[in-house]
Ligand binder design. Structure first.
Ligand code: CMC
Length: 421
């Protein structure tokens, strides 16, 4: 195979090198395109554009493969904890016992936020969406930790990473406790990372709390499955914000806002709301299937389809099994689960969905687990953000270490040409 691609334009031929990844993905390196030809590429939604080289996550949408640093998501969900996976994503290898002890120790030391953050949280209306609150609190961390912004210092970057891994679960738990009207609490540093998350979210002031193994196991799996997904909308946001040398907290705060939308992380909330609406409307799944296929109706089947997975979403497979286990162990019969199963079956056998390769994605089943665990619907996307944190951090760090240039796409201008007033 030639390692050059030829482009002919206005009777001239230009050559561009091919670039090949370790899993044989091949791209055309067009870095010199505009300088050589005066042309730019046009690719709305970046459907064909590789924005960076990355050695963090490998995803094959046709084969339904997802791997972090070479380890399959199935293997990691069986054998690793969320904190192992966070270390793996950020630093490149699974931690040794000693490395993990140090990582946990550093996180525990930083598991505190400035008391004044409480007054910021208090000033939000109770009905504020937790994703907006989380994004604001994450951004507010900058004001309380100004040192974290020196992106040219390795030491500062590591400290910022530890700080965010330590403080983010507190912010998540506080947004949850605000929704629930519970007093704000702090980390219990004698617990594992995930047990502590459960403790901070669910501990009631008048009761003892020990997270059940079902809860810890389900949370570990959910967080691992959400931990990274290469160059998706929120991760690309984190990288592009960070490319201006904005700090880690600012970049992640922007990523949270990007994740919020219903076409991205917000889909897990939208799925449950859709299933509730179908139930309230008599449970007629066929009616909603018809709406999803009607081009004059903006309704989409939430939790179906994916930009990259065109066979199945491997995360959905694991999460579906976990959802069944959680419901069985907690002896919960959730009527919307039947609606979800009916919709899934109908969609999988429907020509419209088959032709467009639309399959259930990770969000189709994650909401059912969160519901069973007693997490309010509007908190679902916050849980996604909690899982995605190590991925955002790893991608931000890689972008900084590779010294990537500032992200700044071009455009094809199609507005008015020069005119007089
Ligand atoms: N219901 C009905 N039709 C759909 C759906 C859906 N959920 N998703 C895509 N289509 C149709 C779409 O109308 C289009 O049809 P046509 O070719 O006739 O115009 C075709 O399938 C291709 O859709 P697209 O919008 O061009 O595909 P995309 O890659 O731009 O969008 C998506 C991917 C995830 C935004 C989209 O499938 C969607 O809106 N799904 C519902 C929201 C959702 O579940 N999002 C969570 C994604 S997984 C979590 C994450 O990683 O963010």
């Amino acid at each position: 195979m030639s390692d050059l691609v030829k482009l002919t334009y206005q009777d001239q031929t230009f050559e561009f090198p091919l670039i090949e990844g370790s899993e044989n993905e091949v791209g055309i390196d067009i870095k010199t395109l505009r300088a050589k030809t005066g042309l730019i590429t046009f690719d709305p939604g970046y459907k064909n554009t590789g924005s960076c080289k990355s050695s963090i996550t490998f995803l094959d949408g046709e084969e339904g493969i997802l791997r972090y640093r070479g380890y399959s998501i199935e293997d990691l969900c069986e054998k690793a904890s969320f904190i192992d996976v966070a270390f793996l994503l950020i630093f490149g290898e699974l931690p040794t016992k000693k490395e993990l002890e140090l990582f946990n120790k550093e996180i525990r030391q930083d598991s505190i936020v400035d008391e004044d953050l409480k007054s910021i949280l208090k000033s939000f209306p109770k009905a504020a969406h937790p994703m907006g609150v989380l994004s604001s609190l994450t951004s507010a961390l900058i004001a309380f930790n100004p040192n974290s912004v020196d992106v040219d210092s390795d030491q500062d970057m590591r400290e910022a990473i530890i700080m965010l891994m330590a403080k983010f679960p507190i912010l998540v738990s506080w947004t949850h406790r605000k929704v629930k009207g519970l007093p704000l609490n702090y980390a219990n540093t004698s617990l594992s990372y995930v047990e502590n998350i459960a403790h901070m979210m669910f501990k009631r002031p008048h009761q003892d709390f020990t997270a059940s193994p079902v809860l810890v196991n389900a949370l570990n799996k959910l967080l691992i499955l959400h931990a990274d997904h290469e160059q998706n909308c929120s991760t690309s946001t984190v990288r592009i914000v960070g490319s201006s040398h904005a700090g880690l907290f600012a970049s992640v705060s922007a990523g949270i806002s990007a994740l919020w939308g219903p076409l991205h992380g917000g889909a897990n909330q939208a799925v449950i709301e859709m299933l509730e609406a179908i139930k309230a409307d008599g449970g007629d799944t066929k009616k909603y299937m018809a709406k999803a296929k009607d081009k004059n109706d903006p309704f989409r089947l939430m939790g179906f389809g994916h930009r990259v997975y065109k066979n199945f979403d491997p995360r959905a497979r694991i999460i579906k099994k976990a959802a069944d286990e959680v419901l069985q162990e907690l002896e919960i019969t959730d009527p919307i689960l039947q609606i979800a199963k009916d919709l899934e079956q109908e969609a999988l056998n429907d020509q419209y969905f088959i032709d467009r390769k639309l399959y259930p994605n990770v969000d189709f089943y994650s909401g059912i687990i969160y519901r069973a665990l007693g997490i309010p619907t509007e908190m679902f996307t916050v849980m996604f953000a909690l899982g995605r944190l190590p991925g955002w951090i790893a991608q931000w760090l890689e972008m900084r270490k590779n010294n990537e240039p500032i992200g700044r796409p071009r455009q094809i201008y199609d507005g008015k040409t020069l005119r007089n007033i």
